[in-house]
Write a protein that binds this ligand. Structure first.
Ligand SMILES: Nc1nc2c(ncn2[C@@H]2O[C@H](COP(=O)(O)OP(=O)(O)O)[C@@H](O)[C@H]2O)c(=O)[nH]1
Ligand SMILES: [Mg+2]
Length: 421
């Protein structure tokens, strides 16, 4: 059985800055040459695996990650400022999927190692200034290149969770209620076989960048009929918890609370002696009830480490969450098997496509559309450059094969122009 946390985010690389058209202005040089600077590159959105993070709960609070655009070029061949990359931290073990517009998905990378970085949305390249377009026959180019748009991608993050903190206690102690009060998210459970009882778990957010997974462990106890059907695989998961909360039912009479405590401890020992060695927080529930308050005062003489909470009024809930978090920091992780990072090429070779819509030939394909978007269409020379590139990529050849003749309309990324072979 696997517990899985997931998040869907949008990543947007910054656009490249525009190249500019400018002219050299020197004393005594009446008509200097082109001196338009290049645009700076846009920032990329980069994921970085971070061993300090354990869940994806942060991504419930922020869904869109956008890097800044590059600065436009300046005069005197000055380049625009390059934008910083936006580095987003994710837990080690996060698998990254690209989500296509038709909702199909593909694995991009498995971030299995601390510090591994992966670009999920590339920033755009800066456009070239007119200084680059001078040739022997064109000494005063009146066009520059616009910045390349940043990539925008929908990405799904997926993380297999280990349960950090287990909840134990008799039926009715208040385990489910506590779990629902502290959970910021309920991860889904993969490959869960049909049984009567679904394991309950929640992601507990302590503060920004600090969270852990809490799981209700009713199935541990033979005496608890609740656990029937949970299965071995769930119990194995339970064995990997690092901290336990032993919840005592504050609504019970004092003697029954003590009897329940002893019984749970015996069953734990019988089931798996290792459980007795786990750091355990002893907690009395339902502190909003007067009888629970009374029991608490008495019990504390015998068990000085006892604390009380109320899931109903949230009394001492935050302290409990912080104490679990602190305990987790000093309790070693169960051994994790690190997988080899898998790298898959981000940009598969993508040819263009040409379709006929009435009299118009429509050319599509990410690379070509990006190029068209970078073209300064107000400039005759800018268009000329695009046309040369199209020829180089084989678009012209394909158009001819499809029966295009001089004067036919060709549309690329919303721009239309007449074709000259
Ligand atoms: N007064 C009070 N009742 C609670 C509190 N927490 C849980 N209960 C009640 O105790 C009963 C058992 O709670 P539940 O969470 O289902 O216990 P579980 O069997 O351990 O999961 C339910 O009727 C809850 O409403 C609490 O903080 N205060
Ligand atoms: Mg329950």
């Amino acid at each position: 059985m696997q517990f899985i946390d997931e998040a869907l985010i949008t990543a947007a690389g910054g656009d490249g800055g525009n190249g500019v058209v400018a002219w050299r202005r020197e004393k005594y040089v009446p008509n200097g040459g082109p001196a338009g600077g290049d645009g700076g590159r846009g920032g990329s959105v980069i994921l970085e695996a971070d061993a300090g993070l354990t869940t994806l709960v942060e991504f419930r609070y922020k869904l869109r990650f956008a890097a800044h655009a590059g600065g436009d070029g300046g005069t005197s061949n000055k380049s625009g400022r390059a934008a910083d990359d936006l580095v987003v931290h994710v837990p080690v073990g996060t698998v990254v999927y690209e989500v296509y517009p038709d909702q199909t998905q593909r694995v991009m990378i498995d971030l299995a190692e601390h510090g591994t970085r992966f670009v999920i949305a590339k920033g755009g390249r800066g456009g070239l200034g007119n200084q680059h377009f001078a040739t022997s026959t064109r000494q005063a180019p009146t066009f520059a290149e616009k910045g390349e748009p940043g990539q925008e991608r929908q990405v799904r993050l997926e993380l297999k969770l280990l349960a950090d903190c287990g909840l134990i206690g008799l039926p009715n102690a208040g385990k489910s209620t506590l779990l629902s009060v502290v959970s910021a998210a309920r991860p889904k459970i993969a490959d869960y076989p049909f049984t009567t009882l679904e394991p309950q778990l929640g992601v507990v957010r302590v503060e920004a960048q600090a969270s852990f997974v809490m799981v209700d462990l009713p199935g541990l106890l033979a005496g608890a009929s609740e656990g029937v059907g949970l299965g071995d695989r769930f119990l194995r998961h339970a064995e990997r918890t690092r901290v336990l909360i032993h919840l005592l039912d504050g609504a019970l009479p004092l003697e029954e609370i003590i009897a329940a405590k002893t019984m749970i401890e015996q069953e734990l020992r019988a089931w798996n002696p290792a459980f007795i060695d786990k750091p355990t927080l002893l907690v009395l529930s339902k502190a909003d009830l007067p009888q629970a308050r009374e029991s608490f005062e008495t019990l504390r003489e015998q068990f000085p480490e006892l604390r009380c909470i109320s899931a109903a009024t949230h009394e001492h809930i935050r302290e409990l969450v912080h104490t679990v978090w602190q305990q987790l920091q000093v309790t070693p992780e169960p051994g994790l098997v690190a997988a080899e990072p898998r790298r898959i090429s981000l940009t598969p070779k993508e040819p263009f496509r040409i379709e006929r819509e009435g009299d118009v030939f429509v050319v599509s394909g990410a690379r070509i559309e990006r190029l068209a978007a970078m073209t300064n269409v107000e400039s005759f020379e800018g268009i000329g450059r695009l046309e040369r590139v199209l020829a180089k990529l084989g678009v012209d050849k394909r158009l001819a094969e499809l029966g295009a003749v001089e004067g036919d309309l060709v549309r690329i990324a919303g721009y239309e122009f007449t074709w000259t072979p």
